[in-house]
Write a protein that binds this ligand. Structure first.
Ligand SMILES: [Zn+2]
Length: 273
């Protein structure tokens, strides 16, 4: 697809307004869909790929490859960082963005590169693995909160390396936090498999129903969607990267709660070590 700008949730320092406007594309600007290696193997740390395009934005460069293990920002999970290199070439990846079917690595480079060249990408694994643990913990927190306070819809979420937050449409008191923390750590210690896969809509509805959930209206248009199933505990439509067993999360620590008004309570948490 042709590229004109980078938008949406890209950080303001990189992408806001004029900064997101494409100045130049070295390639033809028409690409095949980027193969998403992070969906084939969420534990892939490095990979080889072919350069498809090099894009120039006012304050940053964009590198498009035929495939990538770099996760683009989405679903509350921030983008991966890392490096993409070749002989006499290094591209520091500071953000990754989806634009239609392309995954665009944003950052700065040293050296030269052309479409057709082979490069090696290495993601900052410590950072990504922490994000995976945080993301799976976020899903489990919903179950733990429901257990303690009854029904509690998630209103919003944000996952970072050091801390994450979930906003619940529920009143949750600070007295309930220790109990919620105990519940979530029980689920972690059960060390059950976490299975992420693409399924068609009919199958998705069946699996969701098995867990007592309904497929949200926003998914009904889709033919296929990705489900993240924590075996025997819960299932969610989710595009993020997850650990493959809950035990990998380690230990969840709740950092606090805050009322956001209109019956919304924010819970902040982290995972240790
Ligand atoms: Zn998720």
């Amino acid at each position: 697809m042709p590229l004109k700008s980078i938008q949406a949730n890209c950080p303001a320092w990189l992408c806001e307004g004029e900064k997101g406007k494409l100045i130049k594309a070295v390639g033809k600007g028409i690409h095949q869909m980027t193969r998403r290696l992070y969906y084939e193997d969420q534990y892939l740390k490095s990979f080889e790929a072919v350069v498809v395009d090099l894009l120039e934005f006012p304050d940053t460069l964009g590198l498009v490859l035929d495939k990538t293990a770099f996760y683009p920002e989405g679903g509350g999970q921030p983008a991966d960082t890392g490096v993409i290199e070749a002989r006499k070439f290094q591209f520091k990846v500071s953000w990754v963005k989806e634009e239609g079917e392309d995954v665009i690595h944003l950052g700065s480079m040293e050296g030269k590169i052309s479409p057709g060249d082979i490069v090696r990408g290495v993601i900052d694994w410590d950072r990504r693995y922490k994000l995976m643990r945080m993301h799976t913990a976020a899903h489990l927190l919903e179950t733990a909160v429901e257990k303690v306070v009854g029904s509690a819809r998630v209103w919003g979420s944000g996952i970072n390396v050091d801390h994450a937050r979930l906003d619940f449409k529920a009143r949750i008191s600070s007295e309930q936090l220790p109990e919620i923390e105990e519940e979530i750590n029980k689920l972690v210690k059960m060390d059950v498999p976490v299975i992420a896969r693409f399924v068609d809509k009919v199958e998705a509805e069946e699996i969701m129903r098995k867990y007592g959930f309904e497929l949200g209206r926003e998914y009904l248009q889709l033919e296929k969607l990705r489900l993240v199933e924590v075996e025997g505990i819960r299932v969610d439509p989710c595009g993020g990267t997850h650990v493959s067993r809950t035990g990998e999360i380690g230990e969840v620590k709740l950092l606090g709660r805050k009322s956001k008004g209109a019956g919304i309570t924010r819970i902040r948490f982290t995972v240790v070590p």
